[in-house]
Design a protein around this ligand. Structure first.
Ligand code: NAI
Ligand code: 2PC
Length: 343
């Protein structure tokens, strides 16, 4: 039994361990764990209630506990035996933070990792960056499953990012590092924020899969969505930004934002005609209770082969965000931190 004191791992320390392939694998494990109901087989499994919200005058505190059993932490380590991980993320969203002087992030969180045998706290990981990474990785896995698996010509694909805040930025970086796109189009309510992201992406591009990609900034959401094959919405809007008429007939949208109402970013005329996939039904029962659309299933059900991908049309990954994502990604970063310290 360990008598060691819990460690605190800061955002700056964690950043050096970023490895998109491993993070995508951790997300697949999280999705599988949620949809798999057979504990005796080879797939991960999970225990995860719907998260809770504590509202205050200034914002909200979300409590996100989760357990994942029988998961493989490192994709690259073929010999690794399955692990079990218990964790809880506490995360706040205080919408006025970006307007403060100096500005603060809207979202601030920590992941608490527990020893799976004793229940003792092992580590606290600062989780703003990890939340961004895992949210982007969830969208990338969803896009692989719902779009790349059905598209034949992958040579000229266009990605649109609507909202270039923290999540929009990490989505752009994640897609640049993991998928091929000919163009990336950016829109943000405040143009200067898109300009900042464009400068950052231009510096990163030579070291990614997308050395030839063309990045552009657009003055309207409609112009930005035009010709897009894959779209990410990552805003805190309370009214719809994207309408059916803005879209090509075959398109995949990762709708990840809009805080308190998760389905505020897309207009009802899109929801009337699309296939929606979600991260977890338990959360959706609470947080997507008012969504009027065809919810086909969970991403994990596609990975398990129990749900199939629509052959064409508009697919939407309605991302709520779930604890098991933080569990598997948090564990991955903790193991990388321990490895680095023992080297
Ligand atoms: N699905 C998931 O797993 C997660 C979802 N989120 C959600 O993603 C959204 C973005 O979060 P961050 O990037 O961290 O915040 P941020 O503060 O960095 O960025 C917010 C973005 O929303 C835009 N925005 C705000 N109000 C708008 C409006 N009325 N119309 C158009 N654009 C508007 C801002 O211009 C900015 O681009 C939030 O709603 C947050 O709750 C955040 C983390 C995980
Ligand atoms: O899943 C998550 O971590 C969050 N969703 C909305 C705010 C933070």
């Amino acid at each position: 039994m360990t008598t060691e004191q819990p460690v605190f791992i800061s955002e700056n320390e964690l950043k050096q361990f970023t490895d998109w392939k491993e993070i995508l694998h951790a997300l697949e494990q999280a999705f599988l764990a949620v949809s798999n109901t057979d504990k005796s087989g080879s797939h991960p499994y999970s225990s995860q209630p719907a998260r809770t919200f504590v509202h205050t005058e200034g914002g909200v505190l979300l409590c996100m506990p989760g357990f994942v059993g029988n998961h493989i932490v490192f994709k690259s380590d073929k010999t690794s035996t399955p692990s079990s991980t218990l964790a809880c993320k506490l995360i706040t969203s205080f919408g006025d933070n970006p307007k403060r002087d100096p500005p603060l992030p809207d979202i601030n969180g920590n992941i608490f990792l527990f020893d799976n045998i004793t229940g003792k706290l092992q580590a606290t990981l600062e989780a703003n960056y990890i939340t961004g990474l895992r949210t982007a990785a969830a969208s990338i896995v969803a896009t692989e499953q719902l779009f790349f698996s059905r598209v034949v010509d992958k040579s000229n694909l266009v990605l649109g990012i609507i909202g270039t805040g923290t999540q929009g930025e990490l989505h752009a970086i994640g897609f640049l590092n993991t998928q091929k796109f000919a163009k990336i189009k950016l829109w943000n309510r405040t143009r200067s924020r898109s300009e900042r992201l464009m400068a950052k992406l231009s510096d990163l591009v030579p070291s990614t899969l997308n050395a030839e990609v063309v990045i552009s900034i657009h003055g309207s959401v409609e112009e930005c969505c035009k010709d897009c094959d894959v779209i990410v919405t990552a805003t805190s809007t309370s009214t719809p930004l994207i309408f059916r008429s803005f879209l090509k007939p075959d398109v995949h949208i990762n709708a990840i934002g809009a805080g308190r109402s998760h389905h505020a970013e897309l207009a009802q005329d899109i929801y009337d005609q699309c296939s929606v996939f979600i991260d977890y039904k338990t959360g959706a029962k609470v947080e997507l209770a008012n969504l009027k659309s065809n919810i086909v299933g969970e991403i994990g059900e596609i990975l398990l082969g129990t749900k199939s991908v629509p052959a064409n049309g508009i697919s939407v990954f309605q991302s709520i965000g779930m604890a098991t994502e933080d569990v598997t990604v948090g564990r991955l970063f903790y193991e990388k931190y321990k490895q680095a310290r023992s080297d």
